[in-house]
Design a protein. Structure first.
Length: 135
């Protein structure tokens, strides 16, 4: 199991110590995401006029919205991946069936070529016998 990481981050101008099994870079990235959300909302006059607890709830709702949209996109992509895997399986199955048909066709061609060679040999033999009988 990975070792636990403790790192200090700044969120909204305050220093927090985050702990987790993720890398320090990841924890900093999370803090940066939160800071960007706060900065985006602070650009809106209507947001700044709201009480602090309302601001926090709006930020939490926005982050939850981002999460659910990302989760929905992941589910959609997983569905597409599953469809592509099924399509790939079907194509591989079709390829194998086609290869088997090709092998059988090649075998039939060899057999027919052998039959033609045998028939040609018989024709030559019969023609030779016919010439011998005519003499």
């Amino acid at each position: 199991m990975a070792s636990k990481t403790d790192t200090e981050v700044i969120i909204g101008g305050k220093v927090f110590t985050l702990s987790g099994y993720e890398s320090e870079e990841y924890l900093q990235k999370v803090a940066s995401y939160i800071n960007n959300k706060i900065a985006d909302y602070n650009k809106m006059d209507g947001f700044k006029r709201q009480p602090l607890d309302t601001q926090n709830v709006l930020l939490q709702l926005n982050i939850a919205d981002d999460y659910f949209k990302a989760k929905k996109q992941v589910e959609m992509l997983e569905g597409q991946l599953s469809d592509k895997e099924k399509e790939l399986y079907d194509i591989k199955h079709e390829l194998i069936a086609t290869q088997i048909k090709l092998e059988n066709t090649e075998k039939n061609v060899k057999n027919l070529q052998s039959d033609i060679s045998e028939d040609s040999r018989k024709i030559i033999q019969m023609e030779t016998e016919l010439k011998t009988l005519k003499k």
